[in-house]
Design a protein around this ligand. Structure first.
Ligand SMILES: C[S@@+](CC[C@H](N)C(=O)[O-])C[C@H]1O[C@@H](n2cnc3c(N)ncnc32)[C@H](O)[C@@H]1O
Length: 266
């Protein structure tokens, strides 16, 4: 795709979808756009954007595609095991010393996609500290993914494959496939639409889980996000990133590495 065409697409996407593609890696995004146009059946981008302009469903489909929402319960099980064994016990203990009415953890799943990640968090907390009132905020900019998350499914056998038999019987509704989580689990999560590059960040978080989101972003965008995640954590709070997302020089952002995929606010 020629640079000029890409610039024009970016302008249209910014105007019509309120999504700034300058934050996303160039080459990968251009390849994805080429393949989307080919699948859309439109002969060129002008024709495609004429459709997007008047058709809200097409607009949502296009935005869903551009934001990429693959996910699964306990994605990278080893990392979740470390979270449960090395990180959560300390955070839970520290929260106990706070106000007795507010002794649960404040957690944010940023880029939560279809909800598998915040539901994984709710399951772990139910297993580790069941009688506390935890608050789990789960946000994404992809409305299609968020709507699935809010309904608690449907999830494929592949998406739930890392749940143990005991977890399946405790947290999934009996029928399936496709699978739905129980209404009880849904109630534990506060889902909200949120654009990481446009909307304000919450404050005072004990744990921020932002996994497999920044891999699609440019270095400048990552830089900005890591600083903003630092500001959103309380001192001693932890940022949990994806398996391949190593933060170079975390001290630049006031963070320190405390295990593979974990960074603590200094
Ligand atoms: C590959 S999924 C990761 C889902 C989950 N965190 C996991 O690790 O399984 C990436 C998610 O980032 C979201 N995302 C991409 N750009 C975003 C933005 N600017 N603001 C908020 N979410 C965004 C996408 O909509 C998508 O749901």
């Amino acid at each position: 795709m020629e640079l000029e065409i890409y610039q024009e697409i970016k302008r249209n996407v910014r105007r019509l979808l309120e999504l700034d593609l300058d934050h996303y890696k160039d080459e990968q995004m251009r390849r994805r756009l080429d393949s989307w146009l080919a699948r859309s059946g439109a002969p060129d981008w002008k024709t495609y954007f004429d459709r997007v302009r008047i058709d809200e469903r097409e607009r949502n489909r296009f935005r869903d595609y551009l934001t990429i929402n693959v996910s699964a319960f306990f994605r990278d099980p080893e990392r979740w095991k470390s979270l449960a064994e090395l990180v959560l016990p300390r955070l839970i203990k520290e929260a106990m010393g706070r106000d007795p009415l507010e002794n649960g953890l404040r957690i944010w799943s940023a880029g939560c996609s279809i909800g598998a990640e915040p539901y994984t968090l709710a399951i772990l907390l139910d297993e580790l500290a069941p009688h506390r009132r935890h608050s789990i905020l789960a946000t994404d900019y992809d409305l299609g993914a968020l709507s699935k998350a809010r309904q608690g499914g449907p999830y494929t056998a592949e998406e739930i494959q890392n749940l143990s038999a005991a977890q399946r019987s405790a947290y999934l509704q009996p029928a399936g496939p496709p699978f739905y989580v129980t209404p009880n689990l849904i109630k534990k999560i506060n889902f909200q639409e949120h654009n990481l590059f446009a909307d304000p960040f919450p404050r005072g978080m004990d744990l921020i889980v932002c996994r497999n989101v920044v891999i699609y972003f440019t270095t400048a965008a990552k830089d900005r996000l890591y600083q903003a995640f630092h500001d959103a954590l309380r001192p001693g709070g932890v940022l949990f990133v994806g398996a391949t997302e190593i933060i170079p020089h975390p001290q630049t952002y006031g963070l320190r590495n405390v295990g593979i995929s974990f960074y603590e606010r200094i």
